[in-house]
Design a protein. Structure first.
Length: 180
C-alpha cells in the first residue's frame, strides 16, 4: 500500500509529554516528520483539538515544545493493543527551529505560515516539573465477560481508578490499580 504523505516520516520511538484539554500525560512518539507526528496514547481527542507536545531529543539539553492539532484518532480494541498501536496523528501548527534542524531541515514546510511564537517562561519545562505517577488500571464489564487494562496518569491509585471508569463509561467497574 503506497503512502500519500507530504513529508517523509522518521520512525523512532521516543518518550514525550502530551498536554491537552488542561491535562498532561506521558506518551510515546512513534514517528515524526516536518509536518506531523504519530503519538501512541490512550487519550481520546477530537480532530482539531490543540495539544502541546514536549520532546527531549538525546542531544538537546532543553525539551522542545511543539504546538499541534489532532488530525486523526486511531482507536485500537484493548485485546489488540499488544500487536497494534492506537493513538493520535498530529499536524504541526508551530515548532521551534531546533525541531527542524534535528530533522536536517532549514525550517517549517513552505506551505505552513509561521505562527507567532509564544513567549514561554524559561522556569519550568515539562522535564523539570514533577510528573504524576502512571497506573495500570484493570476494569471489567459489570454484566459481561470483557475486561480491559488502561494506562492512566493520576495522583493516587483511587484517582486512577476513577479516571479509568470515566474513560470507559457506564457498565464497568475497576478491579484495581498498579503503579507502573
Amino acid at each position: 500500500m503506497a503512502e500519500n504523505r507530504v513529508a517523509k516520516r522518521i520512525r523512532r520511538r521516543m518518550a514525550c509529554e502530551l498536554k491537552a484539554e488542561g491535562r498532561g500525560q506521558r506518551a510515546i512518539v512513534i514517528d515524526f516528520s516536518r509536518t506531523g507526528l504519530f503519538v501512541q496514547t490512550s487519550a481520546r481527542l477530537s480532530p482539531g483539538a490543540q495539544v502541546e507536545l514536549w520532546l527531549q531529543f538525546e542531544d538537546q539539553r532543553e525539551p522542545i515544545m511543539i504546538r499541534a492539532a489532532v488530525a486523526r484518532q486511531k482507536a485500537v480494541p484493548s485485546n489488540l493493543t499488544s500487536v497494534a498501536q492506537g493513538g493520535i496523528g498530529l499536524r504541526i501548527v508551530d515548532a521551534p527551529r531546533a525541531y527542524y534542524e534535528l530533522l536536517g531541515e532549514q525550517g517549517p514546510p513552505p506551505q505552513a505560515a509561521p505562527a507567532p511564537r509564544p513567549t514561554a517562561p524559561k522556569a519550568a519545562p515539562v522535564a523539570a516539573a514533577p510528573s504524576l505517577p502512571r497506573f495500570r488500571v484493570r476494569v471489567k464489564q459489570s454484566d459481561g465477560p470483557r475486561s480491559r487494562i488502561l494506562d492512566i496518569v493520576a495522583e493516587t491509585a483511587e484517582r486512577a481508578c476513577a479516571a479509568a471508569l470515566a474513560q470507559v463509561g457506564a457498565g464497568w467497574e475497576a478491579l484495581g490499580a498498579e503503579r507502573v
